[in-house]
Design a protein around this ligand. Structure first.
Ligand code: GUN
Length: 291
């Protein structure tokens, strides 16, 4: 058996078409959705991600307002930018690219974003709604992109054993909550988990979000399992996931590649969130859509 490779580029194109249709509805009602982004620091990965977010926003007819404060900015400087974007009526979604430089208090910055403009779903209000299992217009982009990949490939979720490796606020924790809300039985693993391979090998759905290239091997994978690789690691100039593809592909039932798996979905889901926030805040009469 060899895994079905889940093509994130094809899936992301489908999400983008749906978003484009909703942008057209809003535009017809005289509303142009807007996304404000804050990129602070010299992280080359962050700059690449934000560039691709800006490119897609513009392709879709979403106004993109990029702020690039100096790497030595203070927390107060960043809070000032977030407040500007909060008050700007042409901005529906705000994205503060993470990680921020070490001198900046990331929690304060995320807390300062208006919850109804929180394009990343990282504000404690929206995160709390997710934890409660309550409906929310915004869910963090990478985990919601993973859920779209699972749903669009009809991977059985109800009652499935799901294991998430990684407990970050950006991916691992919200991913576990989304799987739980989809009726999976969920285990979260991390760097202190004992017998990691044994726990992972019980999973019908295994999500690797650890940030360690090639760490998940065939020994971690139950035959036929769906393996979602969230890792984006730069190794000798190339991108590598957290999953050792050569070892896992013959065992898994489904596998997301790196690059071309989860990455394109993250960007597409950010546009989805921005348009959903726009419709909810300004688009009375224009359907908000759901995911
Ligand atoms: N850094 C890496 N991924 C993300 C993301 O999805 N959102 C933000 N804000 N920062 C990131």
């Amino acid at each position: 058996m060899s895994a079905t490779i889940i093509d994130g580029k094809v899936m992301a194109a489908a999400v983008r078409d749906e978003v484009a249709a909703r942008v057209s509805e809003l535009t017809a009602a005289g509303i142009k959705p807007g996304l404000g982004a804050v990129l602070c620091g010299d992280n080359p990965g962050s700059a690449t991600y934000v560039r691709s977010k800006g490119r897609l926003a513009q392709e879709l007819g979403i106004h993109f307002d990029l702020r690039t404060p100096a790497a030595d900015s203070s927390t107060a400087d960043i809070l000032g930018l977030v407040r500007d974007l909060n008050e700007d009526d042409s901005i529906d979604g705000i994205l503060v690219q993470l990680p921020l430089p070490a001198q900046i208090d990331t929690d304060l910055v995320l807390d300062a974003t208006r919850p109804d403009k929180d394009a990343d779903g990282l504000h404690p209000f929206n995160f709390g709604r997710l934890a409660q299992g309550a409906p929310s217009p915004v869910v963090p982009c990478t985990p919601s992109g993973c859920m779209e990949l699972l749903r669009r490939h009809h991977v059985p979720l109800r009652g499935a054993r799901a294991v998430v490796v990684g407990r970050s606020a950006l991916v691992g924790r919200p991913m576990a909550m989304l799987l739980l809300n989809a009726d999976c039985t969920v285990t979260i693993c991390h760097s202190r988990t004992s017998d990691l391979a044994g726990v992972c090998a019980e999973a019908d759905i295994l999500v690797a979000a650890i940030g360690r290239p090639g760490m998940i091997t065939a020994a971690h994978v139950k035959p036929g399992a769906c393996v979602i690789d969230v890792g984006i690691n730069r190794v000798d100039g190339a991108l590598r996931g957290d999953v050792d593809r050569a070892s896992v592909e013959p065992v898994a039932g489904w596998l997301t590649p790196v690059p071309g798996g989860v990455g394109p979905m993250t960007v597409a889901m950010l546009m989805h969130n921005t348009v959903a926030l726009c419709a909810a805040r300004r688009g009375s009469g224009v359907p908000a859509g759901s995911h």
